[in-house]
Design a protein around this ligand. Sequence first.
Ligand SMILES: [Mn+2]
Length: 355
Amino acid sequence: MQMTFRWYGKDDPVTLENIRQIPGMEGIVSAIYDIPVGEVWPQERIHTLKEEVESHGLKLSVIESVPVHEDIKLGRPTRERLIDNYKQTIRNLAAEDIRIICYNFMPVFDWTRTDLNYEYPDGSHALIFDEEVSKKMDPVNGELALPGWDASYTKEEMAAVIDAYKEVDEEKLWENLAYFINEIIPVAEEVGVEMAIHPDDPPYSIFGLPRIITDLDAVKRFLDLYDSKANGVTLCVGSFASDPKNNPIEILRYALSRNRVNFMHARNIRLGQGKSFKECAHPSKYGSIDMYEVIKALYEYRFTGPIRPDHGRMIWGETGRPGYGLYDRALGATYLYGLYEAIVKENEEEKEWEK
Ligand SMILES: [Mn+2]
């Protein structure tokens, strides 16, 4: 496996110099953030990003994400032009030798939490999701705007797009996803790119909007939409684990058995009452996910792709982008790397793990 780290570009308080110093770190997960959703990413812009990353001795391993325009998810006629643009972005990324693209198909809202600054007794801060609080949240008139959300909507536009989903139930959303996949995957195959859909986070309906990439059955159904290595998943164990009915290790092993894990997100969460959960430090003892079992599964299936620590807590007084500080994610990376080294050495005569 190849250890990677998410970097939000030149505005990120975490620098490439910082990231490079994390033991075991090889690659960067990033994106171009100022291109409106639905427009083509020019090859020169991709080239500039790649040069910047490579000048720090790192590889631009994954694009997370190339966002999918709402009209594609809604199945509106304008999707034709938008899908053509998406295909061109895939081609432009491939032309710069970028081979893995993460994306998601969540209506309107990306990952959702109810508190970005929950304080643990040890003084660290984390992102949490409280089911009761979420039921009272008003996405149109409320105060909360999360970092993953598209901030370009006015209140009226937000209300209108949420309203548009009254016509799109889960089955319709599957249909629109299948349409999109059948259009883009042949292009990805042709230019040697692996697409990696991220599960919905949390993996159930919120604010009355449909969510479909939620569990093992959904992963099976998704992989069957188009049977190709180019049509794979970002296996985010933390997202799947946020629904207590899911067994994230089972989902991981299933996707590995079909060779369709194109990108790994390793994050731990601790389940609470109902569907509430708290993000926590990466080690198994703090959360509901056995991280040793995660890395063991990756080893058993000889996973060679990129993995990144997902969200981290804010520790040691660090401030910055919620979930994306330097310190706790760096600890997460070295912990994951340590698990991997131990598992490889237990199983192999040679020092395979260094390859
Ligand atoms: Mn994730």
